[in-house]
Design a protein around this ligand. Structure first.
Ligand SMILES: [Zn+2]
Length: 282
């Protein structure tokens, strides 16, 4: 057999394989047998993934699994074990899990503090929380700290490290990305005693009158759609209806003071100066 040169969507394959195991009540250890025949495990799985049976596809998936190509087998097994452990005993420590970053590039979320240390924004925390919940953990994470490796530091150590805790229970998680451009994020529970039976969602942000005016500047300067897209403040968000309402309040207010001409730049500058205060008070 020749070398594998086909490109496939690995996260999708991991997802489908994981669901295949659950639906068919089989464990990763039982992923054996011949790739020939559409009623065997590999045949059925390849139908799920490719839509129809072909022996080549079936053997392709079997080979990926056997060789653990791109950590295919590892990823599925990790997710499977995590699920069974959570099911068995909520209090028990779960093992490290791998979270697929999919098309998210951490570099798009980098912020820098005044000393030049880089960290990943609250928007990234929300993304992580959603992924963590997809893997069966019911917590919503808030950041205790997170740092990128120092730019001038030695190339040893993880590219990114963070410590997060649940907004509802005492669960704590260590998270890290081992190297730049990695496809995966690692998660290790440090404390895993939380027992809430519901998936936790971030609560809606309360907005004071003072913050409202500044938010209206922000919404008007970036547009409702953009604002909505980046609208997560650590563990809170503003619902869409409220964004629209605040935006229309701005329009109304401006109509009242339309003799004062405020150009877009001045508006944006005032936002940049004012907003950090808002974030602390809000
Ligand atoms: Zn929790």
């Amino acid at each position: 057999m020749g070398p594998i040169i086909r490109k496939i969507n690995l996260p999708r394959l991991v997802d489908i394989t994981f669901k295949f195991l659950i639906t068919n009540k089989i464990s990763p250890d039982e992923m054996i047998g011949s790739a020939r025949g559409e009623n065997n495990i590999w045949g059925r799985l390849s139908i799920e993934f490719f839509g129809e049976f072909s022996f080549t596809d079936s053997m392709f998936i079997q080979t990926l699994w056997k060789r653990d190509k791109d950590a295919f087998k590892t990823l599925v097994t990790e997710r499977f074990n995590l699920r069974s452990e959570i099911k068995k005993n909520d209090k028990k420590q779960v093992s490290d899990i791998l979270i697929e970053l999919e098309n998210k590039n951490p570099e798009d979320f980098v912020k820098e503090d005044k000393d030049g240390r880089e960290w990943l924004s609250a928007e990234f925390s929300s993304f992580i929380s959603q992924k963590v919940q997809n893997s069966g953990i019911k917590c919503w994470l808030k950041c205790n700290y997170n740092w990128l490796r120092k730019k001038d530091g030695r190339k040893k150590g993880n590219y990114w490290n963070g410590k997060y805790s649940c907004i509802s229970c005492k669960n704590e998680f260590k998270l890290w990305i081992s190297r730049e451009k990695s496809l995966y994020l690692h998660l290790k529970p440090l404390i895993f005693t939380g027992k809430h039976s519901e998936f936790i969602l971030p609560k809606e942000k309360r907005i004071t009158d003072h913050a409202r005016l500044q938010l209206s500047y922000k919404i008007k300067s970036v547009g409702i759609a953009n604002f909505r897209a980046e609208n997560t403040f650590e563990n809170e968000y503003i619902n869409y209806g409220k964004i629209r309402k605040i935006s229309s309040e701005f329009t109304h207010r401006n109509r009242l003071f339309n003799e004062v001409r405020i150009d877009a730049d001045a508006l944006k500058n005032s936002f940049d100066i004012l907003i950090p205060v808002t974030m602390q008070n809000g």
